[in-house]
Design a binder for this molecule. Structure first.
Ligand code: NDP
Length: 401
């Protein structure tokens, strides 16, 4: 029985609030707070209508530590689920230390002025959280998040040494729009237009955006063009599993999406450098976000599935072994249950489960942790019964060489 504050009322905040409300025995009181309170109120009304559960709402600008501390003092939560934007991670972590609140997020801190996708800023909080006797869990969405837990299951149960890890992320959904991003456009476009990298033989190998393509076969979907890019969980996984010789991340993009993206980049709209427009400083990418479809509104006619998993090769008892573990999620089923599409759903459900693990004491410890450092079994048990059933296959052709 614990009080939780959720910060952020986008697609992911909506799903997280719905899933916490479905687990009232763990989340006895839920407060949804965000910069725009009216968005929290809409979600709260939908939850009351669909689930008969009342949640509280509040306003906070989480760029300001004092405002987050005041929010925590007012509601006295045991923990915060941060599903605002990566820019707010450090201010919310600072507020947690001041108010004695446990912390969980789904994306690494990003300095607004440069796209980095590194854990170094948040790992630097290790001693502070340790001394305060508080737990901070980083990156507990799907990727990062479940992909780390999948890898941890493989290491715990099926491998003596993991040698090759490929995380494969397919969105085979169709939302009927010419161009839209599935989560915050600014974060998404920053992520995929920067140089990529993968881990090989103890070092990072840099790649150009979209330099490497493979047509990978996804369960229940078929072959889809998949491109190598850097994703933040690779950084913690190669640190926590030092036997890994090569770790890569692949994501599907359709030709139409890539054409739009190329144009957006060529005309300078993907830039995060401010420009002066009629006497006002604007960031082109932030302006683009304002005119693109809101990812939270894509759900209504979204068809098809996502498929995200880990393809792993290594050794067990001196023999070579392959393993594939994945989840497929239907956009329509996600929308019917929560009013949000599959990408928000696959992020919000694991955020709720990570928080449930912390509140029930199954994941504990003082300090800053990535998800693969905890026991994967209770997490995956709950994932399977919370709308994201997963599947695994052993000793199959992975198609990854
Ligand atoms: P949205 O842009 O839809 O929502 C973000 C929410 O955060 C909005 O309600 C916004 O408020 C709020 N917010 C922004 N700035 C502040 C602030 N300073 N103070 C308080 N609230 C603020 O994003 P999503 O819901 O799509 O994504 C949420 C997070 O989930 C992101 O960090 C994203 O990177 C992460 N994510 C992680 C994934 C994973 O698998 N690990 C996958 C997908 C997303 P307002 O409406 O007022 O702007």
């Amino acid at each position: 029985m614990s009080r939780v504050v959720i910060i952020g009322a986008g697609g992911v905040g909506r799903v997280t609030a719905f899933k916490c409300a479905q687990n009232k025995e763990i989340f006895s009181e839920i407060v949804l707070a965000s910069r725009t309170k009216s968005k929290c109120d809409v979600i709260a009304a939908d939850i009351e209508k669909q689930l008969g559960v009342k949640i509280k709402t509040d306003q906070v600008d989480a760029d300001h530590v004092d405002q987050v501390v005041a929010l925590f003092k007012k509601h006295e939560p045991k923990m915060v689920i941060n599903v605002a934007l990566p820019y707010q991670d450090l201010t919310i972590m600072d507020a947690c230390l001041q108010a004695g609140v446990h912390y969980l997020d789904t994306a690494n801190y990003e300095p607004p002025e440069e796209a980095k996708f590194e854990y170094k800023w948040q790992w630097a909080y290790q001693d502070k959280f340790k001394e305060a006797g508080l737990t901070a869990v980083l990156g507990c969405g799907f990727d990062p998040g479940v992909t780390g837990v999948f890898t941890s299951r493989a290491a715990k149960h099926f491998f003596d040494e993991i040698h090759y890890l490929d995380i494969v992320d397919c969105n085979a959904g169709d939302h009927g729009k010419a161009f839209a991003t599935n989560f915050n456009p600014e974060i998404n476009i920053r992520e995929i237009t920067q140089k990529g990298k993968y881990w090989e033989d103890g070092k990072w190998v840099e790649t150009n955006p979209f330099e490497f393509r493979k047509d990978l076969d996804y369960p229940n979907i078929g072959k889809r063009p998949s491109y190598l890019l850097f994703h933040e969980e690779l950084e913690s996984l190669v640190k926590n599993y030092p036997t890994i010789k090569r770790a890569r991340f692949w994501m599907t993009f359709g030709d139409e999406y890539l054409t739009h993206l190329r144009v957006i980049q060529n005309i300078g709209m993907a830039s995060i450098e401010p420009v002066n427009y009629e006497g006002k400083e604007i960031v082109p990418l932030q302006f683009l976000k304002a005119v693109l479809p809101n990812p939270g509104d894509l759900g209504e006619n979204y068809e098809g599935e996502t498929s995200i998993g880990c393809r792993i090769k290594g050794v067990k008892d001196g023999k070579e072994k392959t393993y594939y573990i994945w989840n497929n999620c239907s956009h329509k089923a996600a929308f019917d249950e929560t009013g949000a599409q599959g990408v928000s759903y696959t992020t919000g459900v694991p955020a709720m489960i990570g928080a449930a693990m912390m509140l029930t004491g199954k994941w504990s410890g003082a300090g800053v942790f990535n998800v693969e450092e905890f026991d994967s079994d209770p997490f995956l048990e709950k994932l399977a019964t919370s709308g994201l059933p997963w599947h695994e296959k052993h000793d199959i052709e992975l198609g990854m060489d």
